[in-house]
Unconditional design. Structure first.
Length: 302
């Protein structure tokens, strides 16, 4: 039995479609989707349409991620005073405004965790972050893993959220993380979609990781056509920089922008992060450290 495991698409429907075409060449019995279907890229509706199509072709097990929580909590359609901080809330607003009624009904139907049992095999526990929380990250060898991993009875845990591939055993549990279809943070794989296929071996499961190179020119062109660099200026710049291999993430640059805000004003209450402090954080994290990568980038602040 073969189960494809995908996570963290982040509205990168171009990469998602390519992964689906690859899976059609494999003998796949089911697909697990581990959350974060919207996010940093332009194709919110296209991503959901691909999921709906998959449901007509395969047995698909689906849970929600933290991005789905962001959509549901009202950030996208409330607090007009936050419009002054487009790099912080612009993509959340864009994702919210891209949703159709059927997409809202779909994400409302999703749970945070799911247990999957195939005939004759050990059950699989699906979560986005960890068995305890949708935003909690699991990394190999951390002291808190004993408590995290024993939050479920299942021997096999499938998780995402870190955008990094993992396959390890600790405390009698086996953790699989497929990485990210839309936005990999694995060293040397920023330009790739990462995912995995689980193979049953008797009652047990073995994981095989895959990566497919993305077409960055097509992806950035799509971002430009949807004006994401106007909607969420520095956030979108960070996205392209990460895709081109900058050794950081949007979240890390956001943290630096928040630090600068607190240094300059004495406080930082998210999302009140002025664009000038985003600019400084982006320069420190990307331009100064990676001038050659920045020269390659097509998204620019006007």
């Amino acid at each position: 039995m073969n189960i494809a495991v995908l996570s963290d698409i982040h509205a990168n429907y171009i990469a998602f479609r390519k992964v689906i075409e690859f899976l059609k060449t494999k003998d796949i019995d089911a697909i697990c989707l581990l959350g974060d279907y919207s996010g940093e890229f332009a194709g919110v509706q296209e991503t959901f349409d691909l999921i709906y199509e998959l449901q007509t072709q395969y047995q698909v097990y689906i849970i929600k991620g933290n991005k789905e929580d962001y959509l549901m909590c009202g950030i996208g359609d409330k607090h007009p005073e936050w419009d002054a901080y487009p790099s912080t809330v612009g993509m959340i607003r864009y994702n919210h405004n891209s949703m159709r009624e059927k997409d809202w009904e779909f994400i409302k139907s999703l749970s945070e965790t799911l247990t999957v049992k195939m005939d004759g095999t050990e059950e699989l526990f699906l979560c986005h972050g960890s068995p305890r929380a949708v935003k909690e990250k699991i990394y190999e060898g951390t002291p808190k893993n004993k408590d995290i991993l024993h939050a479920t009875q299942a021997k096999y845990i499938l998780c995402g959220h870190t955008h990094r591939c993992m396959n390890f055993e600790e405390h009698g549990k086996h953790v699989f993380n497929p990485g990210s279809v839309g936005d990999s943070l694995d060293d040397g794989k920023h330009e790739y979609s990462t995912f995995m296929i689980l193979h049953s071996v008797g009652k047990e499961w073995e994981g095989e990781h895959f990566c497919l190179q993305q077409d960055l020119d097509e992806l950035v062109e799509d971002m430009m056509n949807h004006q994401l660099h106007d909607i969420a200026p520095y956030w979108s710049l960070c996205t392209e920089a990460c895709m081109r291999g900058v050794a950081t993430s949007n979240g890390e640059i956001l943290e630096r922008a928040m630090e600068i805000t607190e240094e300059e004003t004495g406080k930082c209450n998210w999302p009140a992060i002025p664009e000038e402090y985003w600019a400084r954080a982006f320069r420190e994290s990307v331009i100064d450290r990676n001038p050659e990568i920045y020269k390659e980038m097509r998204l620019k602040i006007k």
